[in-house]
Design a protein around this ligand. Structure first.
Ligand code: FMN
Length: 326
């Protein structure tokens, strides 16, 4: 049986991985995704400058809960020295991997030369990776995009250069920086990187995987060593179970019933309240509800109640009402 080796960890199938997502992939959500079968989870991105300044928000993001390993801590920044310091701080949290964010497209990150901004300065990207690799002992990975814009899709060359720095794996989101999240992800170039005879590190494909069929298709068609799932997991951690059951056994599993959805949603919220406080947890939970309950007819009225509720007790009550539908 083929083994898929990433740093010190091996899988007997291409791992299905929770993508890093700001305000989504915090420890509570990562635990839920691991319970639903995700093989490996990534943190939200963490600002290198924030870590160095000892900012509470950034430090808090280094928390790792029991039950969520293997986990990658992702850092971003434009300054090489700051990124090296941040990587050392992240290493103390003892994740299985440190991931370098070379893909964030938002203006306040990419516009300052960090994240996908690095795609405009590949020599600096290489220098930064080398410097981080030299300063930590745990495996380092990177996540990036196809290039800055449609006329500069430099991923084939960039992937080779990053590989030569010694990174343990490369995750590629099949869009350019300028595409942000628009249009469809282009997996052709991800496949070309994977099938480049010069490449030997594992390649993780990312972009628009919504279900088991998409994942199987991407693995079969492009030969990637792992699949990373982002938006399809929001309010739907079951997506990992669904994908893994299909890629391992060819089985399509039944969707969770309303009872289970309410139970997991409530646990998610309670863990979040414990971890980051009621106000922030309630705010961030709002982006999950539509997916948690997408199967319910006339969910709109409940959704309005959920997204306007401001206390855990009120939300418990609304979830109780939703459960009565089952
Ligand atoms: C809300 C949100 C937050 C994100 N935050 C990050 C991040 O912190 N780091 C990162 O590398 N990518 C981030 N991404 C990009 C995702 O990791 C992923 O590359 C992208 O959503 C495409 O995958 P998908 O089609 O499966 O969602 C974010 C995406 C979303 C939707």
């Amino acid at each position: 049986m083929k083994t898929y080796k990433f740093g010190n960890i091996s899988f007997n199938h291409p791992p299905v991985i929770l993508a890093p997502m700001e305000d989504v992939t915090d420890p509570p959500f990562r635990v839920l995704c691991r319970e639903m079968g995700a093989d490996w989870v990534y943190s939200e991105f963490i600002s290198a400058d924030g870590l160095i300044r000892n900012s509470d928000k950034s430090k808090h993001k280094l928390d790792i809960f029991p039950g969520e390993r293997p986990v990658s801590i992702q850092i971003f920044g434009a300054n090489i020295d700051a990124m090296v310091e941040a990587a050392k701080i992240a290493e103390e949290a003892a994740p299985e991997f440190i991931d370098i964010n070379f893909g964030c497209p938002v203006k306040k990150v990419a516009g300052k030369g960090a994240g996908a901004g690095m795609l405009q300065d590949v020599p600096k990207m290489v220098k930064m990776s080398e410097a981080i690799l030299k300063s930590v002992k745990i495996p380092v990975t990177a996540k990036t995009r196809l290039g800055w814009d449609l006329s500069s899709k430099n991923i084939l060359d960039t992937a080779e250069k990053l590989q030569d720095t010694g990174i343990a794996a490369l995750a590629i989101h099949g869009r350019t920086r300028c595409q942000m999240y628009k249009g469809e992800a282009d997996w052709t170039l991800i496949g070309e990187v994977k099938n480049n005879p010069r490449m030997h590190i594992p390649i993780i494909g990312n972009g628009d995987i919504k279900n088991a069929l998409d994942a199987k298709d991407a693995i079969d068609k492009y030969g990637v060593d792992g699949i990373m799932v982002g938006r399809a997991s929001i309010g739907n951690p079951w997506v990992f179970k669904e994908i893994l059951s299909f890629i391992k056994n060819g089985e399509i599993i039944t969707q969770p019933d309303l009872n289970e959805r309410v139970g997991v949603c409530l646990r998610h919220l309670e863990m979040s309240v414990d971890w980051k406080g009621e106000r922030v947890a309630i705010n961030e939970m709002r982006k999950h509800y539509s997916n948690y309950f997408k199967a319910i007819p006339n969910f709109k009225q409940h959704r309005i109640k959920l997204v306007t509720a401001s206390s855990l007790d009120d939300i418990r009550q609304i979830l109780g009402e939703i459960k009565l539908f089952s």
